[in-house]
Design a protein around this ligand. Structure first.
Ligand SMILES: [Zn+2]
Length: 200
């Protein structure tokens, strides 16, 4: 895939217009701020998007919730995973890395990294589970392996050859970060009030 400005912009559009509005509602109900979407490779059209629903069931992370929504669509509307891009707002945790693998995707793209999740959004479990359960330090899973390659959207923005393109997209990322910071505050407030999510 060529990671052109248009391509990267489309991914940011999907996060802003298709994922974040669902998350904005779900965090009010006590869910975490993670979301995901599936797009067709051929024209970047949206197949589905969804958000974390841990208050319903703690395994309904944003990515798993999105995969469940995909699976609930009529079979004729579900392209093979190999023909799709998987977009995650945040670098997927070990559960979701496995879910993406078992669902047959050969890629995923994410906007916020594990360190953003831990530091900016105050949710440390991704890194901690990888270390404690898998003895994988610093979240250093295999970014490219026999199943898929993972892509950090911000790194591709940094690599854009045109300075104006780079700055324009970075501004959008800053805007999204502000929006997610706000949703994080809503979640953290619910966390303080006490929810039933085991790892909150
Ligand atoms: Zn997850």
């Amino acid at each position: 895939m060529d990671h052109s400005r248009e391509f990267l912009e489309r991914l940011l559009d999907v996060i802003e217009k298709d994922i974040a509005p669902k998350t904005s509602t779900a965090v009010q109900e006590g869910n975490k701020l993670f979301g995901a979407a599936v797009l067709r490779k051929k024209d970047l059209s949206l197949i589905c998007a969804d958000t974390n629903k841990e208050t319903e069931w703690p395994l309904l992370h944003g990515e798993v919730s999105c995969l469940r929504t995909l699976n609930s669509m009529p079979v004729s509307e579900q392209p093979p995973a190999k023909d799709c891009y998987f977009i995650a707002t945040h670098e997927p945790c070990s559960l979701c890395l496995s879910a993406i693998t078992w669902s047959g995707f050969d890629n995923f793209y994410f906007l916020f990294s594990y360190s953003d999740t831990k530091d900016a959004f105050n949710i440390p479990h991704d890194l901690k589970i990888l270390k404690e359960v898998f003895k994988c330090d610093h979240g250093s899973y295999a970014h490219s392996n026999a199943y898929w390659t993972s892509y950090d959207i911000v790194k591709f923005i940094d690599a854009l050859p045109n300075q104006q393109d780079k700055e324009a997209l970075h501004r959008r990322v800053v805007g999204l970060k502000e929006q997610y910071n706000h949703m994080s505050e809503v979640y953290q407030q619910h966390k303080k009030e006490g929810n039933r999510i085991p790892l909150n």
